[in-house]
Write a protein that binds this ligand. Structure first.
Ligand SMILES: [Zn+2]
Ligand SMILES: [Zn+2]
Length: 453
């Protein structure tokens, strides 16, 4: 192993299935994983290794001129034929990762091609993975920006019916992240990658808490890898403003490892918790109103700082059954529904339907969870104590120059409070906000969230 690298990526791609001590088998479909300076030159060799004869390049209007052109040059030099589809620059600022975008790729797919070669980041990557899965062709990715941890994951974040949804897809078989190219991405995209990685300080604790409260499967081995990916990425923060290649590489390596961890668990659980729901909710609030929204990772970074403050307050609490019982008795279904409608407008229907299916607000179910929480409170506090202090993480993010407060990106106290309170209703996932609701402390924490803007 090259000791300038923090992690032996070869071991991720060559180990096949891991028989884990957690009782599960973990696997990734990745066969090629390269992150480093000039590694785009390894693309022809990667295609050969993957038995791809003719790739179909799929790229976006910004990533194609930045990275796609270079990819084409490398392929041409190696005499590798290819086809290409580039999303047009639309009046909308960003590509919407929805059914329409997936259908566009499928509609333009050249049947002479035997793989998709995604050149891009975020949304292009999400729609490409979905299209490759539907087309039953393998996907390779040449990253354009270190902005999110989805490059190596087996899930895609899509916007279906104005709702942020995560769908299971095939993970790419190859990912190539050329640091020289990715370091030149817009600074906000570099910041977004750090924000997406700050999340892991929260998601790891929340995963473990969910295993205590709901008995969800928890894997210490994968959790350790996620922790490693978090530390690696954040170590790059101070020198991101000058686009230091070693720092950018550190961020990229953390992002890639985090994505592999999600593949291992077939779930976003290890890498995504309440902090991500601030992002999901702010995006959905904007989409419902036809407004622009910020980058996923920028929202997630801000959500991480808020969530770590929530953890800090939570570990000082001593919840009791009487308070939880009172909150359960006072629960007002109409007010709950009205708030979802005010916050998400028409999109609220799907969250109300989800509740009708899950019945997480039912009093008996709630009190059963409360009993488990109270019985295990010391254990839960012990888990929360593993999280770093919010001030520490905020200072690291700040060193990169990125925004860490909602008010810096035009969001107000009510936006933060709405996202916090409604987070637990948008998907079937037990969040820290779900636990706070269960024990009857929602108002206190809503007030805290408002103060943090
Ligand atoms: Zn495991
Ligand atoms: Zn994320």
């Amino acid at each position: 192993m090259d000791n300038t690298r923090f992690f032996d990526f070869e071991s991720l791609t060559s180990s096949g299935e891991i028989e884990c001590a957690c009782g599960q088998k973990h696997r990734t479909d990745l066969k090629v994983l390269a992150a480093g300076k000039g590694v785009i030159q390894e693309l022809p060799e990667a295609l050969k290794k993957l038995n791809v004869r003719r790739p179909m390049i799929v790229s976006g209007p910004f990533s194609f001129p930045a990275v796609g052109v270079k990819v084409c040059a490398v392929l041409e030099k190696a005499d590798i034929a290819y086809s290409a589809f580039v999303f047009e620059r639309s009046s909308e600022k960003k590509l919407q990762p929805n059914e329409k975008a997936v259908a566009e790729i499928i509609g333009h797919f050249d049947p002479a091609c035997d793989a998709l070669l995604c050149v891009g980041s975020g949304s292009v990557n999400d729609v490409c993975k979905t299209a490759a899965t539907e087309l039953h062709v393998p996907q390779l990715t040449a990253g354009s920006a270190p902005s999110m941890d989805g490059y190596t994951s087996a899930s895609a974040a899509l916007e279906l019916n104005n709702t942020k949804t995560t769908v299971s897809v095939n993970a790419p078989v190859g990912v190539i992240c050329d640091v020289d190219l990715m370091a030149q991405a817009p600074m906000r995209l570099l910041w977004a990658g750090l924000g997406d990685m700050a999340a892991k300080a929260c998601s790891l604790c929340e995963w473990e808490m969910a295993s205590v409260v709901l008995g969800e499967h928890y894997c210490p081995y994968t959790a350790d890898l996620v922790k490693l990916s978090y530390e690696r990425s954040l170590s790059g923060a101070p020198h991101i403003p000058e686009r230091n290649p070693d720092s950018v590489q550190a961020v990229i390596e953390g992002l890639l490892l985090s994505g592999v961890c999600m593949s291992y668990m077939n779930s976003s659980r290890p890498a995504s918790g309440l902090e991500h729901y601030f992002s999901h909710c702010w995006e959905m609030m904007a989409i419902a109103r036809g407004k622009e929204y910020d980058l996923h990772g920028i929202y997630v970074g801000i959500g991480s700082v808020i969530t770590l403050h929530i953890f800090k307050k939570l570990r000082q609490l001593r919840p009791d059954r009487a308070r939880a019982e009172k909150a359960a008795a006072e629960f007002d279904r109409d007010a709950w529904e009205a708030r979802l409608r005010r916050v998400f407008l028409g999109t609220a229907d799907s969250f109300i339907a989800l509740e009708d299916k899950l019945r997480k607000n039912d009093r008996d179910k709630r009190m059963k969870r409360v009993d488990t929480i109270l019985e295990n409170w010391d254990r839960l506090v012990g888990i929360l104590e593993k999280a770093p202090d919010p001030e520490e993480v905020e200072a690291i993010l700040r060193s990169s120059g990125m925004p860490t407060r909602a008010s810096e990106i035009g969001l107000g106290a009510d936006d933060a409070a709405d996202a916090f309170v409604c987070s637990r209703d948008t998907r079937d996932k037990y969040l820290t906000s779900s636990l706070i609701w269960d024990i009857g402390y929602m108002d206190e924490f809503e007030a805290l969230v408002k103060e943090l803007v």
